[in-house]
Write a protein that binds this ligand. Structure first.
Ligand SMILES: *[C@@H]1O[C@H](CO)[C@@H](O)[C@H](O)[C@H]1NC(C)=O
Ligand SMILES: *[C@@H]1O[C@H](CO)[C@@H](O)[C@H](O)[C@H]1NC(C)=O
Ligand SMILES: *[C@@H]1O[C@H](CO)[C@@H](O)[C@H](O)[C@H]1NC(C)=O
Ligand SMILES: *[C@@H]1O[C@H](CO)[C@@H](O)[C@H](O)[C@H]1NC(C)=O
Ligand SMILES: *[C@@H]1O[C@H](CO)[C@@H](O)[C@H](O)[C@H]1NC(C)=O
Ligand SMILES: *[C@@H]1O[C@H](CO)[C@@H](O)[C@H](O)[C@H]1NC(C)=O
Length: 396
């Protein structure tokens, strides 16, 4: 039995190696900061990444020049290219070399502060709340990495008229793996990891139970009358995100129908300290979708109005709010960090790790071993019993 178990595990290791190798060279990436901008100062940040695959190319734009942090995905043919023209230090036009096949985007347009008087841990239309537009946010670039194996940028957003920061990190790692940091989301060549932190933001004096929520805009080139699809899945185990079994997915209509649209994937968890752990985790809760419009003069507007009538696009918003009953509100830590992935195609599904497979094999193997030994014992006993008289006569 044991040798079979070991062989099974070696086979699994091989299978994993083959699978990860197959995914390992999924897309060839190249990335640029402010491509084509002659006068952009170092604190302007627009990242363009191109990920060339075997049947299409994914173009991504990560924009912080227009205040609202914006992530745009455009899928084009393998040989397609995207050219950006600039008006001084702001992007003006986004020109695709050929017809885009599909596009979707997400932007954070507002930070909401709400007075959670009932201490429920999430935003509700009935509680006092204030929206802070991010349009005039000033984003300083903190770090960046533009290589053939990674495209990463970290930025710090300063508010115009209040203390505190919004920190964001976007990371494209073009292979299948779990993120290094909790909640260990899965990244692929088709997706980007996004971290958002609300750091040391001063609460409004009018509220004594302040919490924050992010207001997200979701856009896709699906019909305006359609809707984004929300789903909550339970993972097989909580090995990668201790204590959290749920996985939330938002799919665009095209993604939900044909698996070739856009998705957002996250665990309903956020962290209240820089050191992410089970102890510092809190709830991240998503609201229902609501129809809305692309903000005028935003990068989304510049991008989509060139090719599409903005009224034909599907545009919806959601709130992601953080906290849980009895946690002492935002002021307890003055820090909340949340992560999600945004990508093209089918959202990745976590697989059992080798460790779990070994545990399961042992868990299944031991009872089978016991059952087999029991059967052997009974058979041997019966055999002996049947042969006993003969032996006895022989011995006699
Ligand atoms: C893409 O460009 C390469 C080289 O320019 C060419 O060999 C190839 O046929 C093109 N592929 C498509 C799908 O147009
Ligand atoms: C990425 O998208 C392509 C289709 O464009 C698909 O063939 C591939 O399996 C996807 N990769 C992952 C890791 O989902
Ligand atoms: C936030 O405030 C804490 C305590 O005052 C300080 O230690 C920390 O450095 C601040 N964080 C940032 C990013 O400024
Ligand atoms: C959070 O900031 C508030 C001021 O906005 C301050 O009173 C409070 O002590 C801070 N909490 C921590 C844990 O630093
Ligand atoms: C906040 O203030 C309201 C009255 O203004 C009071 O009823 C409530 O108990 C206070 N909450 C906390 C957590 O102090
Ligand atoms: C949805 O939008 C309508 C109209 O703008 C607004 O009255 C309503 O409060 C919104 N609902 C949510 C949950 O934000």
């Amino acid at each position: 039995m044991l040798p079979i178990l070991i062989r099974m595990n070696i086979l699994t290791v091989l299978l994993f190696a083959i699978v990860s190798f197959a995914y390992g060279q999924d897309r060839k990436i190249s990335s640029y900061i402010n491509p084509g901008c002659s006068y952009c100062p170092p604190d302007k940040t627009l990242v363009y990444t191109k990920a060339i695959g075997s049947d299409n190319t994914i173009h991504q734009i990560w924009d912080f020049t227009g205040g609202l942090p914006t992530i745009i995905f455009v899928i084009g043919t393998v040989n397609s290219s995207l050219h950006i023209t600039w008006d001084g230090t702001n992007p003006e036009k986004f020109l695709m070399s050929d017809e885009p096949q599909y596009s979707f985007a997400a932007a954070i347009d507002k930070l909401y502060e709400y007075d959670d008087v009932e201490d429920v841990g999430h935003i509700d239309p009935s509680v006092p709340q204030k929206a802070y537009s991010l349009r005039h946010m000033y984003w300083a670039r903190n770090a960046s990495k533009m290589t053939e194996t990674e495209a990463m940028v970290a930025v710090r957003g300063h508010f115009q008229d209040r203390a505190g920061l919004l920190e964001m990190k976007l990371d494209l790692l073009p292979f299948n793996d779990y993120a290094v940091q909790l909640p260990h989301l899965i990244h692929t060549a088709n997706s980007t990891l996004v971290d958002v932190s609300v750091v040391n933001v001063t609460s409004s004096r009018a509220y004594n139970a302040s919490r924050f929520a992010l207001h997200l805009l979701l856009v896709s080139t699906d019909p305006a009358g359609d809707t984004m699809r929300y789903s909550m899945r339970r993972s097989l185990d909580d090995e990668h995100t201790p204590g959290v079994f749920e996985i939330v997915e938002i799919k665009t209509p095209e993604s939900s129908r044909n698996s070739d649209g856009g998705f957002i994937q996250f665990r309903p968890v956020a962290y209240t300290q820089q050191e992410r752990s089970v102890a510092s985790s809190t709830n991240a809760r998503i609201s229902n979708f609501n129809k809305t419009l692309i903000p005028a003069r935003s990068t989304l507007d510049k991008f989509y109005s060139y090719k599409y009538d903005p009224h034909d696009l599907l545009v919806q918003d959601i709130f992601i709010s953080f906290g849980e009953t009895g946690d002492g509100y935002y002021k307890q830590h003055n820090y909340t960090a949340w992560s999600f992935t945004i990508g093209y195609g089918e959202p990745p599904i976590e697989s059992f790790s080798l460790f779990v497979i070994v545990i399961i094999s042992i868990g299944l193997g031991v009872p089978v071993l016991l059952a087999l030994s029991g059967v052997t014992y009974v058979v041997v006993k019966k055999y002996r019993a049947r042969n006993a008289p003969t032996r006895f006569t022989d011995d006699d």
